[in-house]
Each structure stands twice: as C-alpha cells, then as structure tokens.
Design a protein around this ligand. Sequence first.
Ligand code: FMN
Length: 189
Amino acid sequence: MRHQTIHPPAEPGTLNEAEVRGTAVPPAEFRSVMSAYTTGVCIACSLDEDGAPSGLTVNSFTSVSLVPPIVSLCIGLGSRTLMDFRRAGVFAVNILAVDQIPLAQACAARELNWEEVALTTWETRAPIISRAVAALDCRIVADHEAGDHAILLGQAAKVGWLRRDVAVLTYHRGRYGTAPPELEIPPGA
Ligand SMILES: Cc1cc2nc3c(=O)[nH]c(=O)nc-3n(C[C@H](O)[C@H](O)[C@H](O)COP(=O)(O)O)c2cc1C
C-alpha cells in the first residue's frame, strides 16, 4: 500500500500564508457550498481488532477507475473507524436505500447495534449489509492523506446489487432525500 501526503498547492509569491494553508475559505462556507452537490449515502464497513463489524456513514464515496475497478472514500483523520479500516486492509461500501435513514443516522452517531443488522460477507471479510441497495467489497490498495482526511482507494473484489427495486437515499444541503429511478428527458434535449 502506498502512503502519500497531498499538500495544498503552494506557489511562492502568489499565495499568502492563509491561502496556502487553505484558511482563505472558511470551513462553514466550504461545507455549505459542497452541500449543493447531491450524493448518495453509504455505510462503509470494515472490522475492528476483535473481528467485529466497524463502520461509518459516508457520502464521500466515488468511482475512480474502471479497469481495474477502484473506488475512493474520504475519512476524517480523527475517525475511530479509520484505524480499523487501515488495520483490516479491506472495506465494503454499502449503498443505502431510502428506508435506511435510521441506519445511516445510528451509524453516524456511533449508536448502531450491529447485532440488529443483517450482514453477510463476500470475497473479503468486510461486512455487507444485506438490505443495502448494492455493495462493493474492496481491498485497500492506496492510502493518501490530504488535509484533515485520508483518501482510501479500494479495489473491488466483488460488486453486486442486493435490492434493485428500491429507491436510493440521497444527501443534499445537509438533508436526506431520495431520487426517482429515472427522469423524463424533455423532447429535443
Ligand atoms: C450523510 C453523512 C455523510 C457523512 N460522510 C462522511 C464522510 O464521507 N467521511 C467521514 O469521515 N465522515 C462522514 N460522516 C460523519 C461520520 O459518519 C461520523 O462522524 C462517524 O461516526 C465518524 O466517526 P468514527 O469513525 O470515529 O465513528 C458523514 C455523516 C453523515 C450523516
């Protein structure tokens, strides 16, 4: 696994110190503007040192490469679960359905009772949530630190749909929502 720290771009003489450190954009403004970008909601799961499920709610999940199939997750450096992900070397991304808001909330608040969640495993030992819409079972192939987050790159060992017929959960402007499976494309568009 490669470890690399990505620093903000520094052009001597063109940026002041605050800009180089990235403080020219206040965190609240950055968070607000990023909330305009609608995402899905996932629970990323791995295993703790005792082999028990460990996970966090994420919306920083994205596809990186098709061949080989690689995805990324950004996890706060202060996160407890980040240590578990790094130790286990694997994670599963579970893409949530609209009826899984309580699961997303409990996981984000660290109040999830994993014994009440139906789980399975695929290729790696990472927990797959049986009632997720779809999941990707990954091995960590790179780990970069950027600012206050780690970017974990995972190569999918197996991917699959679990509930194709259900609407997904979305996150936009700090609120949960959902997306219709398809939109009408206006004539001539
Ligand atoms: C919708 C939503 C999306 C989130 N996305 C992320 C994320 O991408 N990365 C992250 O580090 N935390 C994210 N969080 C916060 C974590 O789920 C939460 O703070 C978590 O419990 C991390 O702390 P822990 O790993 O120490 O338990 C998100 C929370 C919510 C509700």
